[in-house]
Design a protein around this ligand. Structure first.
Ligand code: SAM
Ligand code: DTB
Ligand code: SF4
Length: 328
């Protein structure tokens, strides 16, 4: 097919050269115009009435050496969280089986590590293989990975790796001092090179400004390939963490962030992630209208609450949303 110059700028285009000014201009659109644009892009790339659901499990909880200011699992803050060591494979499989029975199609396992040791990777590789045997997609989030570790997980059959950029490069030093933005980008490269799909997003509501939200989305959208999955987390404020008591984000600004993510990364799954227990059904519906087409499903995130699966089912029914991969 001959590609005309006009077509190069059509709705199909997936760009990697977004400027900050362009992104801020999207944020500044009248709310209805931004949602219309996001919904148009969304419908061009996806079935707008279908939602992907992933269930999370914390396979190693608390006592993390890192100082991420939002995180209840950092060993540096007293959040009253009970620590636990790496879960036995059988327990992980039992949780995955239960998630599958509730309708999840992807199972995401998270560990409170700065980075896994090689022998940890061997142990989690066994979990990946066992969970896959149940017919679920697998995802892990374990901190920084070397190229070899990423390859090892790919060999075990890992489908997705979650590693977030969290915020803009400028705001980042206010949130984490124990690892750099560059470290994160390097792990993402290792995951890509190993052929594992990338799940990468961030957190809003950490006291950052719109420029930082635009800066985070710019980093994500200008990666050599867009992450297949982009979690947008609203900070869950946990007592004892430095960010507890941060100013709440205007809910419409949250919806705008989702909509801009949809426009910038048209073919990626945008996941409405942490923070849903604080959101009304109506606000979540606005997020779906803005292009979010994935959620965490099940009554726990890693250590904090998420809406009950049954409540989500009712919400999806009321909105006419179908769960991706589920038989109807
Ligand atoms: N330790 C690994 C790491 O940081 O890469 C994996 C687990 S870590 C808990 C996964 C992600 O959860 C973080 O990158 C962060 O984006 C998100 N997260 C952690 N605490 C959060 C909170 N209180 N509210 C919203 N998102 C949070
Ligand atoms: C992501 O972006 N959000 C999830 C998942 N990736 C691992 C984690 C949210 C954690 C919220 C705080 C907690 O439950 O500990
Ligand atoms: Fe540790 Fe991950 Fe929490 Fe940071 S976000 S403190 S690395 S568990």
């Amino acid at each position: 097919m001959v590609v005309s110059p006009a077509r190069r700028h059509s709705k199909d285009e997936v760009r990697h050269d977004w400027s900050k000014a362009e992104i801020l201009a999207l944020f500044a659109l009248p709310f209805s115009d931004l949602l219309f644009q996001a919904q148009t892009v969304h419908r061009h790339h996806f079935d707008a009435n279908e939602i992907q659901v992933s269930t999370l499990l914390s396979i190693k909880t608390g006592g993390c050496p890192e100082d991420c200011a939002y995180c209840p699992q950092s060993g540096r803050y007293d959040t009253g969280l009970e620590r636990s060591g790496l879960m036995p494979v059988e327990e992980v499989v039992a949780a995955a089986r239960a998630a599958k029975a509730k309708g999840a199609t992807r199972f995401c396992m998270g560990a409170a590590w700065r980075a896994p040791r090689d022998r940890d990777v061997e142990q989690v590789a066994r979990m990946v293989t066992a969970v896959k045997e149940l017919g679920l997609e697998t995802c892990m989030t374990l901190g920084m990975l070397t190229a070899d570790q990423a390859r090892r997980l790919a060999e075990a059959g890992l489908d997705y790796y979650n590693h977030n950029l969290d915020t803009s490069p400028e705001y980042y030093p206010r949130i984490i001092s124990t690892r750099t933005y560059e470290d994160r980008l390097r792990t993402l490269e290792h995951v890509r090179e190993a052929g594992i799909a990338v799940c990468c997003g961030g957190i809003v509501g950490m006291g950052e400004d719109r420029d930082d939200r635009a800066g985070l989305l710019q980093q994500l959208a200008n990666l050599p390939r867009h992450p297949e999955s982009v979690p947008i987390n609203l900070l869950v404020q946990v007592e004892g963490t430095p960010l507890h008591g941060s100013d709440r984000l205007d809910p419409f600004e949250f919806v705008r962030t989702v909509a801009v993510a949809r426009v910038l990364m048209p073919a990626s799954r945008i996941r409405l992630s942490a923070g849903r227990t604080e959101m009304s059904d109506e606000l979540q519906a606005l997020c779906f209208l803005a292009g979010a087409n994935s959620v965490f499903y099940g009554d726990r995130l890693l250590t904090t609450d998420n809406p009950e699966a049954d409540a989500d089912r009712r919400l999806f029914d009321r909105l006419g949303l179908r769960i991706a991969g589920e038989h109807h």
